[in-house]
Design a protein around this ligand. Structure first.
Ligand code: BDP
Length: 717
């Protein structure tokens, strides 16, 4: 009888904990739910006796609020701010703000921390064992507070803390492709967060929440506007709104940047030209920049997309990208600003493989840029595809700091509908070896500046944030925002570790939940590659909106068509990029060129990126290429079904709200994965003229059926 009562009680407790709280995802990874392991909870409660934030700058006030909120939530007891030093106190401050910190003799340790690094340390102050969170600057302390709380959120030991954490990069930036009308280019989570119409008077509480979430992962900059830029943002009536946002973000260590439309001197200044060497143009930008800094004294600088996809740029006037970038760099230089100049340039009129064009354009300019210019390079040479090799520019411009541009929003990976954890994609690129200075010259070392000793370095992520309640549309898309921030801070972090932390903070610390969901996340990107673009296929999605498969797309500009990229014909499939084809492999260092060119070493997951091969080409599996393609597509679909099965087992382990939401989205993903598979197999089969291998399903519909699908109002377009 007793045990029945016990079971019933625990059942109701479980029911209460999982059902009482409505979880809409808005709290992201900063939920601060009470530590679920009762033993651990007891331990933390005995270890932590109180806290004290030394200093009262706006940043320190934020740190204090966070620590209080975090500890109260995690320990489910009011942990108070106290003034006397007790054992188990958390003391947070800088040597400048705190005599206690000064007394702890940390000068040596603090030396290497720079402006953003921090220390978490168990040490003695006034004879008492305490926790110290310290840094040279207040922002570092705030980062340290978030790290300390993360240890408890993820149920790690806080015994004998001795953590020194310094960001490996100086710029960790979110790029918003947000338009002034609040639509978001390639945004799938609602409209833009920036409520331009009601700014600057109305400061939405969301701005603070946004800044807080970013600070918790070390993001220190935000580009507010779309790279396809609107010059109006540079007008005073908008600058005053930008300033209001900058004021909110500043205490969180976040600087504001804007995209600069190259033709702004014509559009706003009524000049006849935007030629970067024209004295009037130079003067216009100088004046404009001074004006911006009057509104926003710590304005970060400009991000520029020039001479690409219809955007104006220096080449309209016969000038180079360096001429354009340097003109703006000179304008922001006196104020400590920077220019992020994008290398995403290609032109339909250039009769060369699109994958080669950025390299051809930029390598000759190495050494010609001002020291406050970074060249922002997409991870791969085409365009944020599910899988690309690393961009050949990495390592090829040693005199110029190159900044990574990753896409967090899933333009080519299922929008905000498909569960795709992107950290493995990022990691794969960062770990790639460019070989430019011999073995070990990884992309990560190029972009953190260590390979060529650059003082500015960074990563930009095209964000997936919108005004959806859960910020990112898909609850798991939050993990991509999170992972980007963690990797921007430390490009050498593993995606598994990041996923582990994120799951624990966002959902649960329960091992039965964490382990399988982490595995599911880690596999999810490969799964998506399989059902969309296996074996190195790329750019075969629907035209314009990029929704769903479109391997048949063959209209308009060649470099916007699928047939240009897959080159399927009766003989075979794939884009020959070796010396026998476009020669793109020649843009890599010799060992990499050889590695990709040689069929025996070229990874099969990039095979058709680099090689055009006959349908009966023998794969490592022993299957012929056509059969392998069908198997890969099928494996992708089956993996999604396994994700669904895995997720179904998690019912009751987390809140019903998010459980149901993910479940529904997975069922859409399964449907769309099959659509991708069936449409692509049906399409390529006309060329291979071979049957779908035995044991695999035939496409459900005819090719015409897939080709005739029409979609209106696709989001993000
Ligand atoms: C492409 C997007 C387009 C962007 C472009 C860019 O489809 O909307 O403007 O990238 O990065 O992938 O500039």
């Amino acid at each position: 009888m007793k045990s029945i009562v016990k079971i019933l009680v625990s059942f109701f407790v479980l029911l209460w904990t999982v059902s009482v709280k409505a979880e809409d995802g808005s709290r992201l990874w900063l939920r601060y739910e009470t530590v679920s392991d009762p033993e651990l909870l007891k331990t933390y409660r005995t270890q932590i006796s109180g806290w004290r934030i030394e200093g009262n700058s706006p940043t320190m006030q934020i740190a204090a609020k966070e620590l209080k909120q975090g500890l109260e939530g995690l320990l489910a007891s009011p942990v108070t701010s106290v003034s006397d030093i007790k054992t188990g106190m958390i003391i947070a401050g800088t040597p400048e703000s705190s005599s206690l910190i000064r007394s702890a003799n940390l000068q040596e340790k603090l030396k290497g921390l720079g402006n953003e690094g921090y220390i978490l340390l168990s040490t003695k102050i006034q004879g008492k064992e305490v926790f110290v969170i310290t840094a040279n600057k207040d922002t570092g302390v705030l980062y340290g507070v978030f790290h300390f709380l993360r240890l408890i959120q993820t149920q790690k030991s806080i015994n004998k803390l001795d953590i020194i954490n310094v960001p490996k990069t100086t710029l960790r930036i979110l790029d918003h492709w947000d338009n002034l009308d609040r639509t978001v280019e390639r945004g799938y989570a609602g409209f833009s967060l920036w409520d331009w119409q009601r700014l600057p008077e109305y400061i939405s509480p969301v701005y603070k929440e946004y800044a807080r979430a970013n600070a918790s992962i070390g993001i220190n900059g935000t580009v507010l506007t779309n790279v396809n830029a609107n010059a109006l943002i540079l007008n005073p009536d908008y600058l005053i709104k930008v300033a209001a946002l900058a004021n909110v973000f500043r205490p969180y260590g976040i600087r504001v940047y804007l995209t600069a439309r190259f033709s702004a001197p014509i559009e706003l200044g009524k000049l006849k030209t935007a030629d970067p060497l024209d004295p009037e143009v130079i003067a216009w930008w100088k004046k404009k920049t001074e004006e911006i800094y009057r509104y926003i004294p710590d304005f970060g600088g400009f991000l520029v997309k020039a001479n690409s996809e219809g955007q104006p740029g220096p080449q309209n006037y016969g000038r180079s990208h360096a001429d354009g970038a340097n003109m703006l760099a000179d304008a922001v230089k006196p104020f400590g600003g920077i220019v992020m100049w994008r290398a995403f340039v290609y032109d339909n009129n250039v009769p060369d493989d699109r994958a080669k064009q950025a390299y051809n354009e930029f390598v000759p300019l190495d050494g010609k840029f001002r020291d406050n210019v970074l060249i922002q390079v997409k991870n791969g040479p085409i365009d944020f595809q599910p899988r690309e090799p690393f961009h050949p520019l990495f390592g090829a411009m040693p005199k110029t700091p190159l900044m990574m541009e990753f896409q967090i929003t899933q333009e080519y990976l299922g929008f905000a509908t498909h569960l795709v954890y992107l950290a493995p994609l990022y990691q794969e690129c960062l770990e790639s070896d460019t070989w430019v200075n011999g073995k070990g010259s990884t992309v990560a070392k190029v972009i953190d500046g260590s390979l060529e000793n650059h003082t500015i370095s960074g990563l930009a992520g095209v964000t997936n944030i919108g005004n959806d309640r859960n910020w990112t549309g898909h609850p798991f898309a939050q993990a991509n925002w999170y992972a980007f921030g963690r990797l921007a801070w430390d490009p050498f972090l593993g995606s598994d570790k990041i996923a582990d932390d994120w799951i624990r903070m966002t959902f649960s610390n329960q091992k039965e939940f964490v382990d399988p969901i982490r595995d599911m996340m880690l596999n999810s990107r490969e799964t998506t590659v399989q059902y969309m673009t296996p074996l190195g296929l790329h750019h075969i999605m629907g035209n314009g909106h990029h929704y769903g498969p479109g391997p048949w797309v063959d209209m308009g500009r060649a470099d916007w068509t699928s047939v240009y990229y897959h080159k399927a014909d009766s003989l075979g499939i794939g884009f020959e990029r070796t010396a026998a084809g476009s020669g793109a492999t020649g843009q890599y260092a010799a060992p990499v060129d050889k590695f990709y060119s040689d069929l025996s070493t070229c990874p099969e997951n990039l095979l058709l990126w680099f090689h055009h091969l006959p349908w009966d080409y023998r794969m490592k599996s022993g299957k012929i290429l056509w059969d392998e393609l069908c198997f890969q597509y099928t494996a992708g679909v089956n993996s999604v079904i396994r994700m669904q099965e895995e997720w179904a087992k998690k019912q009751g382990m987390i809140d019903e709200d998010r459980f149901e939401e993910v479940k529904s989205l997975l069922s859409i993903q399964a449907k769309e994965a099959k659509w991708w598979r069936d449409a692509c197999i049906a399409y390529f089969q006309q060329f291979s003229k071979r049957p779908v291998p035995e044991g695999l399903e035939k496409p459900e519909h005819s090719l015409d059926y897939y080709k005739n699908q029409r979609f209106y109002y696709v989001p993000g377009n």
